[in-house]
Write a protein that binds this ligand. Structure first.
Ligand SMILES: O=CC(=O)O
Length: 335
């Protein structure tokens, strides 16, 4: 192992997915500060190897609802100074345990990825409303003899323009979603802990302090929430039953904000029209999960942030946080 401080690339995925290439492309610019060590299990390292690890960079598992990076791992690394995640969400890190051990924690600021996530949320919304994923599959296997036959396969198809959108969570992502929705002439309601009055006029949105009302009035509901004790299962069967039977639910925040058993039952019973999820509980939903068997469900594997330009921004931020943390300086983007 190298003699400069070592930063461990860490992922809880089993088998771990490889660290992002972009990370290693950035590494030469930081080679005088630290060396990256690609995915190894901490427990497999010898004591002298562990002693060299001064930083951890998370390369996966952000949507876990428990702390995957907790005190057990921190306690194996006596010289750990900094944990850096390229994500904005931090539910995968036990920040309290890190703070107690004097380990700094850094993340990406939300506005770095809000546009890529909002774009994706809109992609999910359109794909679900206009049955695009189903149409792509059907086009490969079916020869249609009439328009009538097509209508039978794809109904109900919903028009997005002019419909009502409910945004739950009005941080950077929620606001970026609203900006996109404006172009579709949607009536936009938002639910948030705090009213963002200054945004309302320019984004053309109305504050809806009553979640029940937002759910009852919206044709599309997009969840843009972090996972916290307050947001855990904020959508359960009671909330799903308030939604219109023609409504679609989209989640680009964290999977744990929806109770998936209740969601499965609601879809099974036709309580809502459909769902499109970039995040599930757990991430990497087991392949035999009933949601995968439903035609009105779209599931993508937590990739809403994935664009080249966003990667570059968030991984550069993560590397800068590591560099500062290893030097014992304040992080440019602390939690
Ligand atoms: O999910 C992605 C993030 O939290 O950045």
């Amino acid at each position: 192992m190298a003699s400069s401080p070592v930063v461990l690339c860490y992922s809880s995925f089993n088998p771990p997915r490889p660290a992002f290439d972009v990370l290693f492309e950035l590494a030469p610019a930081y080679e005088s500060d630290f060396t990256l060590l690609d995915l190894v299990a901490v427990a497999d390292l010898k004591e002298d190897e562990r002693a060299k690890i001064e930083g951890i960079i998370c390369t996966g598992g952000y949507a876990r609802t428990d702390h995957e990076l907790g005190k057990e791992i921190m306690d194996l690394l006596p010289n750990l100074k900094v944990i850096s995640t390229p994500s904005t969400g931090i539910n995968h890190i036990d920040v309290q345990a890190a703070t107690d051990r004097g380990v700094r924690v850094g993340r990406s600021p939300g506005h770095f990825q809000s546009d890529s996530v909002a774009e994706f949320a809109f992609g999910l919304l359109l794909a679900s409303a206009r049955s695009i994923v189903l149409a792509n599959e059907v086009a490969r296997t079916t020869v249609f003899s009439s328009g009538q036959q097509k209508i039978g396969v794809f109904s109900p198809i919903q028009q997005v323009t002019g419909s009502t959108l409910g945004i739950i969570g009005f941080g950077n992502i929620g606001r970026a979603v609203a900006a996109k929705a404006k172009g579709f002439n949607m009536k936009i309601l938002y639910y948030s802990r705090t009213r963002k009055k200054d945004q309302e006029k320019c984004l053309g949105v109305s504050f809806c302090p009553d979640l029940k009302k937002l759910l009852q009035e919206s044709d599309f509901v997009i969840l843009c929430l972090p996972y916290t004790d307050q947001t855990k299962h904020i959508i359960s069967s009671k909330e799903l039953c308030l939604m219109k039977p023609t409504a679609t639910l989209i989640n680009v925040g964290r999977g744990g904000t929806i109770n998936h058993d209740d969601l499965t039952a609601a879809l099974h019973n036709g309580v809502i029209r459909g769902v499109a999820l970039d995040v599930t509980e757990p991430d990497n939903l087991p392949k035999d999960h009933p949601l995968f068997k439903m035609q009105n469900v779209i599931i993508t594997p937590h990739i809403a942030t994935y664009t080249e330009s966003t990667f570059l921004k968030v991984f550069t931020t993560a590397m800068d946080n590591l560099k500062a943390g290893i030097k014992g300086e304040e992080l440019p983007y602390p939690v």
